[in-house]
Design a protein around this ligand. Structure first.
Ligand SMILES: Cc1cc2nc3c(=O)[nH]c(=O)nc-3n(C[C@H](O)[C@H](O)[C@H](O)COP(=O)(O)O)c2cc1C
Length: 513
């Protein structure tokens, strides 16, 4: 009896220590599990505590009506849209139950489903850029990766995006930081951006180095060149890479001093007028022999119309002889030689690694306004066939992308949508080098969580699911594939209860503003 009670009191006396030991053992196992798994960046970077994110996310479903923001209220991207991307990227079901949580507001789109939907096989679209160049580029994809510089984003993020692009057959734009090894070696189709600082193709004085440009263009997977005129998040301001993010590797890639902020000028030294913009396009295309376009955030349609009219007027002047007769062949040839092969229209509410709040919040037209107006303008000037239109800016779900295709875009690009597919949680720290998901930081500890091969699959899944659901919308509207979507397939709410056809809403020339 004595020995039993002695054992009992021994156990009782040591119980706290024992429990602590078991707890420690469990925590160690959980720590090792979290650290070594590659599926969830947050758990890999923040073992054990990171699990609470997922627990709270699950609990949020039950408690958010009391404590948290509603599905459609988070900014810049609401939870409903982000969740769609996360689920698509993880190949989880993107189906939804019970009914829509979307409140119809003025300007929202609703697709015009056909009485008899399309039930055949999806047709594969063919989209060719620069048919008159020596190396036209053809793609059958409609949703590509928008420019994000190596520098703004990390090496593993570039690796994952580029490998994902290759898997899904979409292009990846290098951003103004230029084509890094991670881009070039991935084999993915690249659109090389030429920013105002000419990173990657600059000489010692910071001007365009034609030999470097030619060498880059000779790479087989470099498909097109995009001159950056402006970006929606900071129109009128050049790229900004805070000093913390200018590591030795990035300094070398850009040809700039290490540890000093990398600020590119607001405009290209070669371009101080519309005439010079078209000259510059012509020069880049001649050197590279590849389709060349430009990216712009439109500030005012009057301004933009004036720019395109210069192209037309110059073509008319070149094609008109002394007697005043206009040769249509010469006119066409001038348009072939000097017009951009594509224009990327970026939205005033586009994303960035770093920008002043005033420009992020309140500069540049949003894509909902600029895209239809630019398409109308190109039509009215007879340039729509010649110039491809790429749209970007908060177009991350099938509804957004299908809206843009209906409005007249040939295809869409996204930066932040693809960041979400990499695991971005919208922590809004891209400029601080502290991104908890390793995407916009050069801190090796935080980058460790981002496993490029796992995330490449997520990127590809997102792109594939997007294309699948775009076709679903098209089929519902009676079209055989998303590339066939046009204004007649969409209605736009002009109040909270009444929607009218997009053809009607964007009919006349909206381009005066
Ligand atoms: C981290 C980050 C870096 C970016 N870097 C560039 C860049 O180098 N060049 C550029 O033209 N746009 C850049 N952008 C803008 C995007 O390419 C895109 O135009 C914009 O974010 C709108 O697309 P989204 O709403 O899908 O993100 C960047 C955006 C982000 C979020």
């Amino acid at each position: 009896m004595d020995s039993i009670s002695a054992l009992f009191s021994f156990l009782l006396g040591h119980l706290p220590g024992f429990v602590l030991l078991v707890l420690l053992a469990i925590l160690t196992v959980v720590y090792i599990q979290d650290r070594s798994q590659v599926d969830q960046t947050i758990r890999r970077n923040y073992p054990i505590v990171g699990r609470f994110r997922y627990l709270f996310e699950e609990l949020g479903v039950f408690f958010r009506q009391y404590f948290f923001a509603l599905d459609r209220e988070e900014m810049p991207f609401n939870r409903a849209d982000r969740s769609w991307v996360y689920r698509a990227a993880k190949q989880e079901s993107t189906l939804q139950a019970f009914g829509s949580t979307r409140v119809q507001r003025e300007g929202d789109v609703v697709f015009a489903n056909a009485v008899i939907p399309y039930t055949g096989e999806s047709r594969k679209p063919t989209l060719t850029f620069g048919p008159h160049t020596a190396n036209p580029y053809t793609t059958d994809r409609l949703f590509h990766i928008s420019g994000m510089s190596f520098g703004a984003i990390s090496r593993p993020a570039v690796a994952a995006l580029a490998a994902g692009a290759k898997l899904a057959g979409v292009w990846i734009n290098t951003g103004e930081g230029g084509a890094s090894d991670g881009h070039l070696d991935s084999g993915a189709d690249l659109v090389c951006q030429i920013g105002t600082a000419k990173y990657g193709v600059r000489d010692e004085s910071g001007r365009l180095d034609e030999i470097k440009l030619k060498a880059l263009a000779d790479r087989q997977n470099v498909r097109m060149f995009e001159i950056k005129v402006s970006q929606g998040a900071k129109p009128g301001k050049g790229g900004i890479l805070p000093a913390d993010k200018v590591t030795p590797e990035i300094a070398k890639q850009r040809g700039i001093p290490e540890g000093e902020a990398s600020i590119s000028p607001p405009s290209h030294a070669e371009v101080s007028s519309a005439e010079e913009l078209f000259e510059f396009i012509h020069t880049i295309r001649n050197i590279t022999d590849k389709p060349t376009g430009f990216k712009i955030c439109i500030g005012s349609m009057d301004d933009f119309r004036a720019v395109l009219e210069v192209l037309i007027r110059t073509a008319e002047a070149v094609a008109t002889d002394n007697e005043g007769n206009l040769s249509s062949t010469l006119f066409e040839q001038h348009i072939i030689d000097y017009a951009p092969d594509f224009i990327t229209i970026d939205s005033g509410n586009g994303g960035t690694g770093a920008a002043p709040m005033s420009l992020i919040d309140a500069a540049g037209m949003n894509i909902q306004e600029s895209l239809p107006s630019v398409v109308n303008l190109l039509n009215s000037l007879g340039l729509r066939e010649r110039i491809r239109v790429v749209a970007s800016g908060k177009l991350i779900t099938p509804v957004d992308v299908a809206w843009a295709l209906c409005a007249g875009a040939d295809c869409v690009t996204s930066a932040r949508g693809y960041m979400f597919s990499l695991g971005c949680i919208q922590a809004l720290q891209c400029h601080q080098n502290t991104c908890p998901t390793g995407i916009t930081t050069h801190n090796r500890r935080l980058q460790r969580g981002l496993d490029p091969s796992t995330k490449a699959l997520r990127v590809a899944n997102y792109a594939n699911e997007m294309h699948k659901e775009l076709d679903t919308i098209a089929h519902s509207c009676g079209a055989s594939c998303a590339a066939e979507l046009s204004r007649k397939h969409a209605m736009i709410y002009i109040g909270s209860q009444r929607a009218v056809s997009m053809s009607q809403v964007y009919a006349g020339d909206l381009s005066h503003r």
